[in-house]
Design a protein. Structure first.
Length: 276
């Protein structure tokens, strides 16, 4: 039996909830074969859990990407790419590979951390990554940075940002309203380049959602590898991450990761899809 091959170009979250750890667990849950090209290693201060981001040399990243791509990859996801050079190396390699199932998760900040990764990265993401995206999955802050509109606060502002990001080259856009948007439900906006849809699930009253964004984007990636359409892929990803958040748990006093395997064990909360 052969498996669909999924590659994440992402950072290591040593605490295991986000980053390539989330991606591999999520790929496994979706029945795909996961591979990693590691960009950075994130460690946490045991007293206070401040994050520390250490980039790896780009020559080493290039070798990892070459290794993975030589096997014939069905879908690629990008996660934390902390420098402009890493973004360029990743973008050039994806472009050369000719892979069309590309999910760009434009990670700029870790939840719970105030510090934004190198702000110059936004321009590099726009130049090297967005034009490759079958779908990109910014949270509200990231959408505002990419679109140049400032952080959207309403569905109308999310629509304007999604249009802008689509114009920058992403074929489809999901803006994750998540917990931050002042709506009753956990609301994401999906723009397929023509139509807008709201994806909604119950908002979980919990702070145990570390890794939610990575888990969502990795689900989309695995779904594309498995042959789903972009719309089907994002709807299933919303179910998958909603279940993972509903079963989030306390790793220690500082962080609560999602439970990546929750959907297959406990089922998923209902997701409603409304065309706008
Ligand atoms: N408290 C919550 N309850 C339900 N869904 C949530 C909650 N927080 C985030 N989500 C969902 O998790 C996914 C990831 O969103 P978000 O946490 O905003 O991303 P990121 O981790 O990149 O900041 C989205 O589908 C969002 O709607
Ligand atoms: C390596 C890495 N990638 C990505 C993220 C972003 O995680 P989230 O899914 O919560 O947006 C983090 C956050 O800690 C991280 O450490
Ligand atoms: Mg994120």
């Amino acid at each position: 039996m052969t498996l669909k091959k999924t590659l994440t170009i992402a950072g290591s979250d040593t605490s295991g909830g986000a980053g390539m750890q989330a991606d591999l667990k999520t790929f496994q849950e979706h029945g795909t074969y996961g591979m990693v090209a590691l960009t950075v290693i994130v460690t946490m201060d045991p007293n206070g859990w401040t994050h520390n981001v250490t980039p790896l040399p780009t020559e080493l990243l290039q070798k990892q990407i070459d290794t993975a791509l030589s096997t014939g990859i069905d879908a690629i996801k990008t996660g934390m790419l902390s420098t402009e050079e890493i973004i360029r190396v990743a973008g050039d390699a994806i472009a050369k590979s000719g892979t069309s199932n590309v999910v760009i998760d434009p990670v700029m900040v870790c939840k719970g951390e105030d510090e934004v990764l190198n702000p110059g990265n936004t321009d590099a993401m726009i130049q090297y990554l967005l034009p490759l995206a079958a779908v990109t999955t910014p949270n509200l802050f990231e959408a505002g940075q990419l679109a140049g509109t400032g952080t959207p606060k309403t569905i109308e502002e999310m629509k304007a940002a999604a249009r802008k990001i689509h114009e920058l080259g992403a074929k489809a856009v999901v803006i994750k309203g998540g917990k931050a948007l002042a709506t009753e439900k956990a609301t994401d906006l999906f723009f397929d380049g023509e139509k807008f849809y709201l994806l909604e699930s119950e908002k979980v009253a919990s702070t145990y959602n570390h890794g939610a964004g990575c888990t969502f984007a990795a689900s989309v990636t695995a779904n594309l590898a498995n042959g789903l359409s972009v719309k089907e892929a994002v709807i299933e990803a919303k179910e998958f991450v909603s279940a993972a958040i509903a079963h989030g748990w306390a790793l220690n006093d500082y962080v609560g990761p999602v439970m990546h395997g929750a959907k297959s064990r406990f089922g998923a909360p209902e997701v409603t899809v409304t065309e706008l």
